[in-house]
Each structure stands twice: as C-alpha cells, then as structure tokens.
Design a protein around this ligand. Structure first.
Ligand SMILES: NC(=O)c1ccc[n+]([C@@H]2O[C@H](COP(=O)([O-])OP(=O)(O)OC[C@H]3O[C@@H](n4cnc5c(N)ncnc54)[C@H](O)[C@@H]3O)[C@@H](O)[C@H]2O)c1
Ligand SMILES: [Zn+2]
Ligand SMILES: [Zn+2]
Length: 373
C-alpha cells in the first residue's frame, strides 16, 4: 500500500506513540512459540481497526495449534483469537467504531455482506471467518489489526467486567452455538458433555437456558468435574477407567442421552458420544480434531440420530452479551489464573498443564498505557 492510499484508508488515529514495535506470542511450528518483538500492525484496508489489547486469554484451540493439529497456522504467526481492547486507529470504511472505543473482539471476522454472512454463517465469511491467530496475526500481543471491524467487534458495555466479557470472544458463543443450539437441547433432555474444559463448561452454563433434566459431565480431571458440579452438572463421570460410556448407559437404564456434546477433539471422546447417544438423539461436535475418528455406522444406521459439526458463527454474541450483563450468566467463574501479558509463557505452561495447575481460563492483561509491551 502506498503512503497516499494509507492516508486515504486512515480517517483517524489516537496520539501516535513513538514505538513501532510491540511484544507478541509468536508460533514457530509444533511445540514452539516465543514472546518476541514484532512490528505493530497498521491499517491496510478501509474496513480495518487497530486495537490496543487490554485483556486476552488462551484457548484449547491454541493448544491444538501448538500440537501441530492446525496446519493453516504457519511459522511466524501471532497467536490468539480472544480479546478486549481500545481502538487506536480506524480505516475510512469503519462506521460503527471510533478511536477510543472499548471493544470486545470476536474470534470470527465477518464482512456482513458475502453470501455466507448473509445467511448468518459468519464462520465461513469469504473475507474473514476464523482468521485471527490462524491465518492472520492474533490478539496475544500489544496490538492487533481487526479487518472488517464493523462486523467483527462489539461495543464493550460501560458497566462491563473485562474478565466476563472476554468469554464472549469465543467460548460462550462456541459452547452455545456448536453445543447447545446444534444439539437442540430441550427442556427435560438428558445431555452429556464430554470435556469439562472452558468450552465444555460454557456448554454447561448455556445449556441451562433450556432446563435439561440431567447433565452428565465427563472428563479425566476430578477438579474440573468438581467445578462442573458447582455450575450445574447433575452427574460427574471420570473417564480415566475407559468406561465412561458404560457408566452413562447404566445410569440411563440403557437408553443413552438425548444430546451428546463432544468438547475435547479426540477420537476417544467422539467414540464416547457415539456410544451414548439415544435413539433419536443428537451428537454435537464442538472439539477441534487433528486426527480421523471412527464413525460406527454399523451401530448407528438405525438409531435415527443426527450429527452436527461446526465452527462457531458468533451470531448469538449480542444475545449472550445481554445475558452476561444481566448477571444471569457469570462466565468470570471460569477464570482461575491471571497473568500480565509479558508473562504469557508462564500462562501457557499453566493452561497447558491444567490438571496439575487447577487451571481453567487464564486471563492475560496488558498495562493501561500504550507501550511496547
Ligand atoms: N468448534 C469451534 O468453533 C471451537 C471453538 C473453540 C474451541 N473449540 C475446541 O473445543 C475443545 C475444548 O476447548 P477447551 O478450551 O475447553 O480445551 P481444554 O483443552 O481446556 O479442555 C479439554 C478437556 O478435555 C478433557 N479430556 C481430554 N481427554 C479426555 C478424555 N479422553 N476423556 C474425557 N475428557 C478428556 C481434558 O481433561 C480437558 O478438561 C478444543 O478441541 C477446542 O479446540 C472449538
Ligand atoms: Zn478458541
Ligand atoms: Zn462475509
């Protein structure tokens, strides 16, 4: 982009700070990442906004990336797709946001105009989708460039709590859309959630909008299961013995569950869902998978089940924002650890060893003033 084009694209900017670099968490291939200096992002297109990150967090998907499960993420990429921040600069095409606005960054970028966006499938937006911390530099940094800002940011409410609101970037809409809505959870249903990580717990919180009668929570980690109990699970099953499906079938007198929600992303946990889904039931996959799973059609062909997969669309974010603001949904209960962004390597260690560290969501905060951190 030439200087003239850049001037055209940029309508307004906060008082520029002298530094042109920032710190960021950079991916360097499977198992490798580092907190290092990177150039600060600049406006490239009229629809862009530059956001100074105040709060971010780490997702189970970031752990999948570090395991090498997502080949779309290449060496040099800044990770992170969740965050809260303050707008530093906007392009000339941004109409809904201004310099100084505090915003919630959606993990999904949406142009609101393409064919996929127009049917509410922002996850597959032709000019966005899940790009942040994937094919575009993400939010675990001092600053981030948000393309299609009008469709990809939400105004942060004046009375909002950053730790609660950052859960709207990803886990709440993901749990609700890919787990609860895709699984068509209904009043009186028996449901099972496999995986009591932040995403599985977000499924647990939002499933209760619909009053399921029984909620089985399955995980390897008793401490996460204990959190699930506090948040509304009715039955806890530790699957370390490899017999989780057997226990669910016994407890449901052989019927299985109306909805089995996979929130881990492994062949073994998908297999549990296949084994426990009741006739006429639904399997809703939420987990990111890096390996093939076995689909047991020899057992499922006559069970009248349906199976859904999905990348979160984030179309329910405005609704969830209202519920969080009302205090009826309290996702900040998932926060167990807090770190300065500069200590992000420690935060990854903690989240990556969640069972040992008793970790659920780890919140990362940048200092209040624009700086090179
Ligand atoms: N579809 C989407 O749009 C979307 C969006 C965000 C996250 N995700 C995915 O959702 C999944 C969960 O994310 P998270 O942040 O909660 O991850 P996480 O890693 O914190 O949690 C995963 C949980 O699964 C449990 N687990 C692992 N192996 C198990 C087994 N064999 N049996 C039972 N439990 C087992 C772990 O103990 C852990 O509690 C990840 O795969 C993530 O990539 C998907
Ligand atoms: Zn995520
Ligand atoms: Zn679009």
């Amino acid at each position: 982009m030439t200087t003239a084009e850049l001037e055209l694209a940029t309508t307004s900017a906060a008082t520029p700070s002298s530094s042109t670099t920032m710190k960021a968490l950079v991916y360097h291939g499977p198992g490798k990442c580092a907190w290092e200096d990177k150039p600060r992002p600049a406006i490239q297109y009229p629809g862009d906004a530059i956001v100074r990150i105040t709060t971010s967090t780490i997702c189970g998907t970031d752990l999948h990336i570090l395991k090498g499960d997502l080949p779309s993420v290449t060496d040099g990429r800044i990770l992170g797709h969740e965050g809260i921040g303050v707008i530093e600069q906007v392009g000339s095409g941004v109409s809904e946001f201004h310099v100084g606005d505090k915003v919630i960054i959606s993990c999904i970028t949406a142009c609101l105009r393409c064919d996929f966006c127009r049917k509410g499938m922002y996850s597959h937006c032709r000019h966005g989708g899940w790009i942040l911390g994937n094919t575009l530099d993400g939010t675990q940094a001092g600053y981030v460039r948000i393309p299609q800002a009008d469709g990809s940011l939400y105004h942060f409410p004046a009375d909002g709590d950053e730790e609660a609101m950052v859960m709207l970037s990803d886990i709440l809409p993901t749990g609700f859309e890919c787990g609860v809505l895709n699984g068509q959870v209904k009043p009186g249903d028996a449901i099972a959630i496999v995986g009591a990580g932040p995403v599985g717990l977000a499924v647990l919180l939002t499933a209760q909008f619909y009053s399921p009668a029984a909620i089985f929570m399955i995980d390897l980690d008793d401490k996460r299961l204990a959190v699930a109990k506090k948040l509304g699970a009715t039955t806890l099953i530790n699957s370390t013995d490899g017999h989780a499906a057997h226990h669910v079938m016994e407890l449901t007198e052989g019927a299985g569950v109306d909805v089995a929600i996979e929130a881990v992303g492994l062949p073994a946990t998908f297999a549990i869902c296949e084994a426990i889904v009741a006739a006429g039931g639904r399997i809703a996959n939420v987990g990111v998978h890096g390996k093939p799973v076995e689909l047991h059609m020899e057992k499922l062909w006559d069970r009248n089940i349906s199976l859904t997969t999905g990348l979160v669309d984030t179309v329910t974010t405005p609704m969830l924002l209202k519920v969080v603001r009302s205090g009826k949904l309290q996702p900040s209960k998932l926060v167990t650890h807090r770190f300065a962004m500069n200590d992000i390597m420690k935060a990854y260690d903690t989240f990556g060893n969640a069972a040992k560290e008793d970790a659920l969501k780890v919140v990362l905060t940048n200092g209040g003033t624009p700086s090179t951190r």
